[in-house]
Design a protein around this ligand. Structure first.
Ligand SMILES: Cc1cc2nc3c(=O)[nH]c(=O)nc-3n(C[C@H](O)[C@H](O)[C@H](O)COP(=O)(O)OP(=O)(O)OC[C@H]3O[C@@H](n4cnc5c(N)ncnc54)[C@H](O)[C@@H]3O)c2cc1C
Length: 425
């Protein structure tokens, strides 16, 4: 078994990074080379701005190259609870933004000819308990009537043609949802940004920012530059120097295992519907097939704030047990990959984007950023360019998490709470 992301291992290398000295002046400096930063850089470069991306590692080395590969439309919350928390208009705007985000990714894939197996697969949110199906059915009724007619409610009997497991009691099907190869998309998006004029520096962690006479001065591991605007696109990996964001983003580990490629018979027995699947438990699972028919099976597993080989391995064991429970016929299947990454959670699980403290930012997708990150990056790029502001979370209050200064010490407590909820609800 390899402790690395399947997406990283099976994508081509990005070869268009700048090797020039890191110096000079830019219209916009984007910090972070994930989907948010790369989407922004593409949009800015297409508009003729002089834009640089500063990435601490390599493009897609953060959550963008480590995720489950689900481009789901619909919200992280039930639509009913989103309406209660945000009000009807904002909840609808945010729901539509997720729809638009999948469209945005599809458009870029087509326009920039990115070879990444994009496919409108549809998503199943699977009820792990009978009571969960009642909640899903209530939410479906509101979603289908008010915002997304491209949805269907499936009973346990309907699921027979979708998934070879007796663990579920029904599902909501969101037909607009998609899937793709995340590593190939990350590299393709970076190449597109460079093709349109952006400069990308890898291994260029930003270690300091000063503002001098209206100009930002950025110090990086490879040199210094100045910029009129700075876009912070560092998600769950935001470093301590950006303390405003560290107090508001809760970085939570999420973990994934990938099996060996399944045979056609095994695919037909386990995932005949070939959709993205998410279970309804608080500490649940998400899974889908890879382009080469591996089962990519993830979950939060242990509510850990750390992703390294030891932590990923421990979580991998929990995930293997979860996989065997859902698909007993795959209990002994070989696991080829195990990896983890950090998810950029907010306390209320709604994303945040805008301008604060001299910085543009978009982050906090709370496990639903594989599509939204590109889209929000482009929206904030438009705001920088002075174009119409389409930001669906503009001016949404974002108080600091009390007692949180960067390391989420409270995660074990949250994990224990959700475990209890999952047992009794
Ligand atoms: C295991 C896992 C599974 C997930 N599954 C899904 C899923 O199936 N569907 C979904 O919608 N979402 C999923 N997500 C969430 C999704 O991947 C993220 O929301 C999205 O990729 C965020 O993109 P981003 O560009 O904002 O951040 P990232 O991709 O994390 O990029 C931030 C970048 O900033 C860089 N950086 C940090 N500090 C500095 C610095 N000082 N200087 C320069 N660069 C810096 C980092 O190296 C990193 O590359 C998952 C996340 C994880 C970890």
């Amino acid at each position: 078994m390899q402790f690395k992301s399947y997406w990283h291992d099976t994508a081509p290398r990005f070869e268009k990074q700048s090797t020039a000295p890191l110096e000079g002046h830019y219209d916009v400096a984007v910090i972070g080379g994930g989907f948010t930063g790369l989407g922004a850089a593409l949009q800015l470069a297409k508009a003729g701005a002089k834009v640089v991306v500063l990435e601490a590692g390599t493009v897609g080395s953060g959550a963008s190259g480590r995720n489950g590969g689900h481009l789901n439309n619909g919200l992280a919350h039930s639509f009913i609870s989103a309406k209660a928390e945000l009000g009807v208009e904002r909840a609808k705007a945010l729901y539509r933004a997720f729809d638009d985000a999948v469209d945005t990714v599809e458009r870029i894939v087509t326009e920039e000819a990115i070879d990444c197996n994009f496919r409108r697969a549809g998503k199943l949110k699977l009820a792990s308990k009978p009571a969960h199906f009642e909640g899903i059915a209530r939410n479906f009724e509101a979603v289908n009537r008010e915002i997304d007619p491209d949805t269907a409610l499936l009973t346990a009997a309907d699921l027979k043609g979708e998934i070879g497991s007796s663990s579920f009691h029904g599902a909501i099907l969101s037909k607009k949802s998609a899937m793709m190869h995340m590593g190939r998309y990350a590299v393709g998006l970076a190449e597109a940004a460079v093709r349109h004029g952006a400069t990308i520096f890898e291994n260029a962690a930003v270690t300091d920012r000063k503002v001098n006479g209206g100009r930002h001065e950025l110090t990086t591991a490879r040199g210094k530059l100045t910029a009129d605007n700075v876009f912070l696109a560092t998600g769950a990996y935001t470093p301590g120097i950006f303390s405003y964001f560290r107090r508001r983003i809760i970085s939570v580990g999420s973990f994934i295992i990938a099996t060996r490629p399944l045979s056609e018979t095994e695919v037909a027995a386990a995932m005949p519907g070939n959709r993205t699947c998410v279970t309804s438990l608080n500490i649940g699972n998400y899974f889908r097939l890879a382009p080469d028919n591996r089962l990519i099976f993830g979950g939060r597993a242990r509510f850990s704030a750390t992703s390294d080989q030891r932590s990923d391995g421990k979580s991998g064991e929990i995930l293997r047990a979860g996989l065997a429970e859902i698909f007993p016929h795959l209990a002994k299947v070989e696991i080829d990959y195990c990896w983890g990454g950090l998810v950029d959670m907010t306390k209320d699980r709604f994303p945040r984007a805008g301008y604060v403290d001299g910085l543009w930012y978009a982050m906090g997708y709370s496990g639903h950023g594989a599509q939204m990150a590109t889209h929000m990056g482009m929206m904030i790029a438009d705001a920088i360019l002075g174009k119409a502001d389409r930001n669906p979370v503009k001016d949404l209050a974002w108080p600091a998490v009390p007692g949180h200064f960067g390391k989420p010490w409270f995660l074990p407590l949250v994990g224990a709470y959700y475990k209890t909820l999952d047992r009794f609800q």
